[in-house]
Design a protein around this ligand. Structure first.
Ligand SMILES: Cc1cc2nc3c(=O)[nH]c(=O)nc-3n(C[C@H](O)[C@H](O)[C@H](O)COP(=O)(O)O)c2cc1C
Length: 187
């Protein structure tokens, strides 16, 4: 059965980002399995910049990253949703990205561990302000991560003028449509 992993790339598991992912998960078609995780529920330490992973193929920091990378590996389709924090991704998401260095194609070790090929990712950005550029920057960060992890970035969508989860209800129909398109078991 096709596995869909929905990642709330923020520290908060009860806000607008979580609500978007819950609606997508609830609208998933039959024949796929969804799992929703929030980075804030996991211990993700920051990268120390030591580059030991270039030699040893693993990170010196021992926390929940190994579990999260296992989840990435199990998934066929990823959805990563991130709110804007100071016009950028939340710090916990940046830590996650940095900690993917052992698995990245920037690791000079040709035998470095890597995710299986063939995964696709959908990005979602949201913010309170009105200018779309801030959301586009977040989607570009997700796409950049995908590029180095061997994941196809299939589409990105964004929502401006969202302060909290109450503002997500008007977008329910769009999210249902996206769930049908993105998670179709035939795709
Ligand atoms: C620390 C912090 C920084 C933020 N910075 C911005 C910002 O630069 N631009 C913006 O439009 N919204 C900003 N916001 C608002 C969030 O992007 C917005 O409220 C979003 O809906 C929060 O999602 P959540 O409910 O899942 O936490 C910020 C929120 C927080 C907590």
């Amino acid at each position: 059965m096709k596995k869909i992993l929905l990642l709330n790339a923020s520290p908060k598991n009860s806000g607008a980002t979580q609500e978007i992912l819950k609606l997508l998960s609830q609208a998933a078609p039959h024949g796929v399995k969804t799992e929703l995780l929030c980075f804030g529920d996991w211990n993700i330490g920051y990268c120390r910049g030591c580059k030991a992973c270039y030699q040893t193929r693993e990170c010196v920091v021992k926390d929940d990253m190994a579990f999260l990378v296992e989840k990435l590996e199990e998934a066929d389709v990823l959805v990563i949703a991130a709110p804007s924090y100071w016009a950028d991704v939340p710090g916990i998401f940046k830590s996650f990205i940095d900690r993917c260095t052992p698995y990245s194609n920037t690791n000079p070790d040709p035998q470095h561990p890597a995710l299986k090929a063939g995964k696709r990712c959908y990005g979602i950005a949201l913010r309170t302000g009105t200018r779309p550029e801030e959301c586009e920057h977040i989607l570009a960060t997700i796409e950049h991560w995908c590029g180095h992890m061997g994941i196809e970035m299939a589409e990105g969508i964004f929502f401006c003028q969202v302060e909290g989860k109450e503002e997500i209800a008007p977008h329910k129909a769009l999210l249902q449509k996206k769930a049908e398109e993105w998670f179709s078991p035939c795709r």
